[in-house]
Design a protein around this ligand. Structure first.
Ligand code: HEM
Ligand code: HEM
Length: 129
């Protein structure tokens, strides 16, 4: 008799936990690299990768798991796709900008606004009926 009970976590929670975990691994490697090399210059990329990529994505995952009714429909998938795309644009650009490539600043801005769009979509999910 195997375990058959429990709730299946919504697909969107699985996705957000997967992206969060990948961001976490890269964020921690970045932190270790800064610590070992003694060069802390790219810390803003590390901070935002961990706080937006790991912490915020994991909070989204938990929200959808606690509110499975909000996990249905297309909006959560769009929220995942846009928020995650924003980070994929923003964080590498921020990393190399912090290391001295000032030309990347507009790309950091574009990525930040895509992240912001993902945050607004999350608000749309939270405040929807
Ligand atoms: C083994 C894991 C980690 C290592 C080795 C590490 C290492 C570092 C280092 C070397 C700095 C630069 C400090 C400075 O020069 O001011 C830093 C900054 C920072 N880290 Fe990490 N980190 C790790 C994990 C995390 C995690 C999991 C988070 C968030 C959830 C985080 C958030 C931050 C933040 C916000 C800053 C900027 C702090 C400031 O404003 O000065 N780090 N980290
Ligand atoms: C698209 C969203 C975001 C943008 C555009 C943004 C932008 C910024 C900027 C411009 C700074 C100052 C950097 C400096 O002076 O070197 C900063 C610092 C910081 N932000 Fe954010 N932020 C965002 C989201 C967040 C979130 C969600 C968190 C926490 C959950 C956070 C935590 C921090 C912390 C701890 C610092 C100080 C450490 C650092 O300078 O990297 N940020 N952020």
């Amino acid at each position: 008799m195997g375990f058959r009970g429990g709730t299946i976590m919504p697909k969107i929670s699985q996705l957000f936990f997967k992206s969060a975990t990948i961001f976490f691994i890269i964020g921690v490697i970045m932190g270790l690299h800064m610590g070992i090399s003694g060069d802390h210059t790219p810390f803003p990329a590390h901070a935002h990768l961990n706080l937006l990529g790991w912490v915020s994505s994991a909070i989204f995952a938990i929200y959808y798991a606690l509110n499975p009714a909000k996990a249905v429909g297309r909006l959560p998938m769009w929220q995942f796709a846009i928020f995650t795309l924003g980070l994929v644009v923003m964080i590498p650009a921020l990393y190399f900008m912090a290391l001295g490539n000032a030309a990347l600043e507009p790309l950091v801005g574009i990525g930040s606004f895509i992240v912001f769009a993902g945050v607004l979509l999350f608000a749309a999910v939270v405040f929807s009926n």
